[in-house]
Ligand binder design. Structure first.
Ligand SMILES: NC(=O)c1ccc[n+]([C@@H]2O[C@H](COP(=O)([O-])OP(=O)(O)OC[C@H]3O[C@@H](n4cnc5c(N)ncnc54)[C@H](OP(=O)(O)O)[C@@H]3O)[C@@H](O)[C@H]2O)c1
Length: 297
């Protein structure tokens, strides 16, 4: 099959590309960075250099594709002028336009947990908007919305606090049970789904493990030689002030804190538990080894 992968050689797209090339598919990888071309070609894929903000570029790249993997890269969280909802909606419209103009009939869309609603999900509302924009495509375009849970790599955000204060702290934590996922487990699901025929519009939650935050703290703590490491819960306002003090766009900080407050109450996970997937193989203990390497660098 001819498959276009967006997201360059990112956390999911690199292993996804490797898996698809290995299965003998003709893969084109979209990157916004010209110097990535050689690295992409070294994997046995073709490189298309351009951005997801450019609908004409996407249309040219999607031409003749049998399937496309669409993700939205919009993470300028420390830019005071960044408008996440507008940027993400505009990219989703670009994907929609390119898919419609090129008559691509199979789409794997990287969405997120929280995309089932526009209420109490904070920044994740952008995934809800994007799903709805793609659903406007003609009914014969098969779309699978992948909804991964929290990525393990978010836990790197705690490295500094552990080093400075000897503790993990957020407006969720302690005995909250939170589903987590490895990008490698997402890539494995995406690689399977994109080559498997399906019809209509479907969703697929993806998770690897469902530990409590206390279990995460003890597991990461053991890996870095701090077996008594705690994950404490701090008030929403304190969390938001910390993010803003670190230079984060205040609207994004508010959205992240709202999302995490919903993780703390469990509301964010309600639809996930109604549509619970089989868990992937990469557990928090596996991630802890990676975490320890980064922590000790
Ligand atoms: N973190 C979480 O817990 C979580 C949970 C659920 C869903 N998600 C979603 O997962 C996605 C992130 O996936 P990921 O970790 O695989 O991505 P990633 O590692 O951040 O990689 C994305 C890559 O896309 C390329 N890129 C950036 N801006 C671009 C643009 N404007 N046009 C074209 N390419 C661009 C960049 O590579 P080049 O420099 O080569 O262009 C970048 O490395 C996001 O949509 C996020 O919302 C995250």
């Amino acid at each position: 099959m001819k498959i276009v992968v967006t997201g360059s050689l990112g956390h999911i797209s690199r292993p996804l590309t490797e898996a698809l090339v290995q299965k003998g598919h003709a893969v084109t990888v979209i990157s916004s960075t010209p110097k990535r071309r050689k690295e992409i070609e070294a994997l046995g894929a073709a490189a298309a250099i351009g951005t997801m903000e450019d609908a004409d570029f996407l249309t040219a790249t999607f031409t003749d594709a049998d399937a496309v993997y669409c993700m939205i890269a919009a993470h300028n969280y420390f830019d005071a002028n960044f408008d996440l909802m507008t940027t993400a909606s505009s990219i989703a419209h670009n994907y929609k336009q390119a898919i419609q103009q090129t008559d691509v009939k199979r789409v794997i869309h990287l969405s997120s947990i929280g995309a089932h609603t526009d209420k109490n999900n904070g920044i994740l509302r952008f995934h809800h908007l994007a799903e709805n924009i793609l659903r406007e495509l003609p009914a014969d375009v098969a779309i699978k919305h992948l909804r991964p849970v929290a990525f393990y790599y978010n836990l790197y955000g705690f490295v500094d606090t552990i080093k400075r204060q000897g503790v993990m702290a957020s407006n969720y934590g302690a005995d909250d049970q939170v589903p987590w996922v490895s990008p490698l487990d997402i890539a494995a699901v995406a690689a399977e789904e994109i080559v498997t025929p399906f019809k209509g519009r479907t969703i697929h939650y993806i998770a690897s493990d469902e530990p409590t935050c206390n279990k995460i703290a003890s597991t990461l703590g053991a890996a870095i030689g701090q077996p008594d490491l705690q994950w404490i819960v701090i008030p929403d306002e304190q969390m938001q002030n910390r993010m803003i003090a670190a230079g984060m766009n205040p609207v994004i900080a508010e959205g992240l804190v709202k999302m995490q407050a919903s993780m703390h109450t469990g509301e964010l996970f309600e639809d996930y538990y109604r549509n619970r997937p089989v868990l992937g193989p990469i557990k928090i203990e596996d991630f802890a080894e990676e975490f320890a390497m980064v922590f000790n660098q």
